[in-house]
Design a protein around this ligand. Sequence first.
Ligand SMILES: Nc1ncnc2c1ncn2[C@@H]1O[C@H](COP(=O)(O)OP(=O)(O)OP(=O)(O)O)[C@@H](O)[C@H]1O
Ligand SMILES: [Mg+2]
Length: 495
Amino acid sequence: MATLAELANQRTLLDEPTIDHLLRLTASWSLLSDLSFSDMLMMARVDDSANNAEDNFVVLGQMRPNNRSTLINDDLVGTTQRSIAWPLVRLSFESGTRIVGEAKIDDVADVIPVWCVPVRFSGRIVAIMVRLQGPLRGPASLYEQAYLSIFERLCSMVADSTFPYREQDVAGPGLPRVGDGIILIDGRGRVEFATPNATNALHRLGIYAPAEGRTLRELGLKVRVVERSLEFGMPAMEEIDQGHDVAILFHCVPLLEHAEVSGVVVLMRDVSDLRQLNRLVLNKEAAVREVHHRVKNNLQTISSLLRLQARRSDEPETRIALGEAERRVRSIAVVHEVLSREPGEEVVFDEIVRSLVLLVEDTVLALHPVEILVNGELGTLSTDLATPLAVALAELLTNAVEHAFTEFGGAANDHVGVVTLNLYQEDDHAIAEIRDNGRGLGRDFSLDLPTSLGLSIVRDIIRAQLRGTIEMTNVAYADGGGTFVRVSVPLNARL
Ligand SMILES: Nc1ncnc2c1ncn2[C@@H]1O[C@H](COP(=O)(O)OP(=O)(O)OP(=O)(O)O)[C@@H](O)[C@H]1O
Ligand SMILES: [Mg+2]
C-alpha cells in the first residue's frame, strides 16, 4: 500500500513542505476522529491536467474512531473520488470554508452527515479533511457534547494552520486517548468540565472537591504543564505521582483561536499499573543482586573464620581439614560474586570458571609446579545448575593439583604438571573434562567407594543433584599417563 507521501507525490501537485504538514496532521488526527466519534478522510486534488479531466480528489488518508464502530469498511486510501460525487468537498476546497451537509457513499445505504474542513497551509487550501458522521446513539450526553465542541475548535485550528502543532504530535502509541479521560480548561486556567474517567483519575490523586470553575492549582494539583501550555500555546506532558502507587499522565493540548490560547484540553491517563510494573521489575533485580552480595559476604566471613581457626590449631590434620573447608566455602562464594554482578535466572559460567581456577591456584600449596589450562566454554547456564557444578569442578581441579603430582618430587624436577579443563555442550548436556599428566589413580581406586569427603561431594552433586554422570579413569599418553575425569550433566533437567 502506498504511503501518504508517495500518493501525494504521484497523484497531486503538492510540494514537500505541504506533504510534511499533511503527514503531521494525520499523525495527530486520531484525536479528532475520537472526539467526533467519526470516520475521517483526507482528500487532495488530483493532478489530472494531462487528461484534461474534471477536478477529482484522491484519498490520502483514512482514520477510524477508536470509540465507535466504523462506517466505512473499505480501505479508501489511494482511491479517486469524483468531484461530482463530492460537491461539498469541492465547494469547501474552492471557498476555503467549512461546509456541513450530507453525502452518499458507495457502500453505505443512507446519506450521511459530513463535515468538510479545509486544511490550510502557507495561506492556501491544500486538502479537505472530511468527517463522516455515524448515526447518533440517542441524544448526545454532556460529555459527548463537550467532545464535539472541542472537535469543532480543533477543526478551526486545522483551517487556521495551527493544528497540527509544530512542536509535536498529540496522538500515537503511549499517549493518552480521548477515552482515558479529559479535562477541558478555559483560557483563564479554570476547569470547564471533566469526563467521568478524568474525575476518577483526580480521585486517585486524592482530589475529591468538585473541579468545575476552579484552577488545578486551587484544587491542590501542581501540574506545571497546564500553565505552560496556556502561556505558550504548545502541547506538553507531565506525570503526577501520588505516593508510590498512583501515577497519572497529563497530556496538555492547547486550543488556539486567532493566535490566542483559548483553552487547554488535558488528556489524562492512569499509568499506575505500568509504573508499578516497572518499579517492581527494577526493585526485584536490585533485591536479588543485593541478596547474592550478602550471601557472598557471609560466605567470605565464614571462610575467614575457618582460616583463623586453622591457624590456631597445632594439629596438622585439623589445619588441613579446616583449610579444605575454607576453600569449599570460597568456591561457593565465587558463584554468588558473579550473580551479584548480573543477577537473573542465568549466569555466564565461564566467568565462574575463571574465578575458580584462580581460587584453586591460590589455595592449593602444590609442591610441584602446576599449570591449569581451560579450553572451550559452557556459555550461560541456569543458576540452579551453575552453583553445584562450580562446587564439583572446584573439587576435581583441587584433587588434580593436590594429588596427581605427589610422586614427581619438588620444583627441581623438570616434569611440568599440566591440568586441562575442557568445557563444551553436546546434545543438551554440559560436559566438563579434567585431565592431568600426573601419577594416575591408584590400583584400588574406585569412584563408588570413596570414604573421603571431596569425591563424596562430587558424586552427590553430579549424580543425585544434577542427574548427570561422572567417570574417572587412568589414561596413557606417549610420555606418561594421568587421570581423566569426564562429567556430563543435562542442561534442561528440572532440578
Ligand atoms: N587427579 C588425581 N590423581 C591422582 N589421584 C587422585 C586424583 N583425584 C583423586 N585422587 C585420589 O582419590 C582420593 C580421593 O579424593 P577425595 O577428593 O575424595 O579426597 P581427598 O582429596 O584426599 O580429600 P578431600 O576430602 O579433602 O578432598 C585422593 O586421596 C587421591 O588419592
Ligand atoms: Mg579432594
